[in-house]
Write a new protein. Structure first.
Lengths: 352, 121
């Protein structure tokens, strides 16, 4: 008999919430289906194999104190705020059934009189307007299906945060396909995050022919873990071990290595004509650090230019580090490159 | 003659002396559908039997694939960076990593082609 497990996070920290999801993924048992609901404060979540710089407006996110996270599943970039509700289904082969899972979302919306439809494998729409994007992950017989539900997301912010100048860099990996999205509360004023959670829980237990969940788990609230969740945290031996696993996972998801260095390789170029000559900078990045630097210039400072090609190697893709490389090259060269140096830095600022 | 060996996680290994090339099976590639990215590990990294050695993203899903053997990665197929769909075209030609075996006795636990076909049915 399938056991239904409901998990909910009261934290709005994307790294914590992803760490809970990973914990559930690592510990789900043979006969269980886990349904997990969670929300993030302003966050861009990119797909596993995406380039962070090609998918979102990083300076804008920083300005708004938003966060950026990379998830384990593939697919495109999404924007979350507290008007968005995330759902996750986790089950092993045998209990996992994407159609049934998508039907839970459709049935929940039915309760509001909204005719939702699954479109392809990744989207759920109402009258052709997408409000939910879905992504999937599989490892060692365990499956994860998760998605967004836009209820009243700040859609202007979403649009500007997810739009990037495509000419900026050329990246390997997976690019997002932009969709016209819509909030559910534009279709009915009756819907909000709280009553959608109730509707989803109800639709879930009914989809699986039950009256209630077998187990519930609440995390990230005032007390860290509440509920009849022993079967879940018990899976790792003890509550303490679960908390340890959550903290390890959280370190992983918030680490620079995972968020930035995991970027697929990419090429970034900048070109400009100055009084002292023409310059074109071509940087190849691997693991988010410069692997080759080629600078084409007809300037009068050949030593500086070739020193710069050297000092740029190994530099991460951020303005401070790149400026440091420029300063270092200037020190190494015997030419007076004050102007040239300043203008290259301003070019970096302008193009990054 | 060298033969392909398999694990239940749909990875193949082709042993040549004390090294082996590793990839995913045509069955796995077909189940995944159009492959859009193959996440390559670094040369010099160690893989452990049963642990993820690559993650393959398709238009349908992302899939972590367990390594059939343990050892040090001595090469990765960088062509897959530009042409991940090569795995769909010919999953045996599109090897993903090459490993220097650290424990040849692990090979005894792998499946031959007949045994692997059975788990795909």
């Amino acid at each position: 008999m399938t056991r239904l497990i409901y998990a909910q996070s009261y934290s709005h920290d994307p790294y914590f919430n992803l760490s809970v999801e990973k914990y559930l993924f690592d510990n789900v048992k043979e006969d269980e289906i886990i349904f997990y609901l969670w929300q993030n404060e302003r966050t861009v979540v990119i797909g596993r194999n995406q380039n962070i710089y090609a998918e979102c407006n990083l300076p804008m996110i920083e300005q708004l104190n938003g966060k950026i996270a990379r998830r384990l599943s593939g697919g495109g970039a999404v924007f979350h705020d507290l008007g968005n509700l995330n759902f996750t289904f986790i089950a092993r082969d045998g209990c996992y059934d994407v159609e049934k899972q998508l039907d839970v979302i459709v049935k929940a919306l039915d309760q509001f009189g909204l005719p939702a439809q699954v479109s392809g494998r990744n989207d759920i729409t109402i009258l052709g307007r997408k409000f939910s994007g879905n992504a999937f992950l599989k490892a060692n017989g365990v499956n994860c299906h998760h998605g967004t539900i836009m209820i009243n997301v700040d859609s202007l912010l979403l649009e500007s945060i997810l739009s990037v100048d495509p000419a900026k860099l050329e990246s390997k990996g997976v690019s997002s396909v932009s969709s016209r999205v819509a909030n559910l509360n534009e279709m009915t004023g009756d819907i909000n995050v709280d009553n959608m959670i109730v509707a989803l829980k109800d639709a879930f237990v009914h989809e699986y022919g039950k009256e209630d969940f077998d187990t519930t788990l609440e995390v990230g609230g005032k007390s860290m873990v509440v509920g009849t969740g022993q079967s879940i945290w018990g899976a790792s031996g003890s509550m303490l071990k679960m908390l340890q696993a959550l903290s390890d996972n959280q370190k992983f998801f918030s680490s620079e290595e995972w968020i930035y260095d995991k970027n697929p390789s990419f090429t970034w170029t900048a070109e400009k004509r100055f009084d002292w000559g023409n310059i074109e900078i071509c940087l190849d990045f691997e693991n988010n650090k410069v692997s080759t630097a080629k600078i084409y210039s007809d300037s009068l400072y050949p030593n500086f230019i070739s020193a710069l090609e050297e000092t740029l190697i190994g530099t991460p893709f951020n303005i401070e580090s790149l400026e440091k490389a420029v300063n270092m090259a200037a020190k190494q060269s015997d030419e007076d490159v004050t102007t040239c140096c300043r203008e290259i830095k301003s070019l970096l600022h302008e193009k990054m | 003659m060298a033969e392909y060996l398999y694990n239940e996680g749909h990875a193949w290994a082709l042993v040549n002396g004390d090294t082996a090339k590793i990839g995913i099976t045509p069955y796995a590639a077909e189940q995944l559908g159009d492959i859009v990215y193959v996440d390559l590990p670094e040369v010099g990294d160690e893989v452990t039997v049963g642990d993820t050695f690559t993650e393959v993203e398709s238009s349908k899903t992302s899939s972590e694939v367990p390594s059939p053997i343990s050892g040090e990665i001595i090469a990765v197929n960088e062509e897959l960076d530009d042409e991940p769909e090569a795995v769909n075209d010919d999953a045996y030609a599109a090897w993903i990593i090459e490993v220097k075996l650290s424990d040849e006795s692990e090979l005894d636990d792998l499946l031959d082609a007949d045994a692997y076909d059975e788990i795909c049915e």
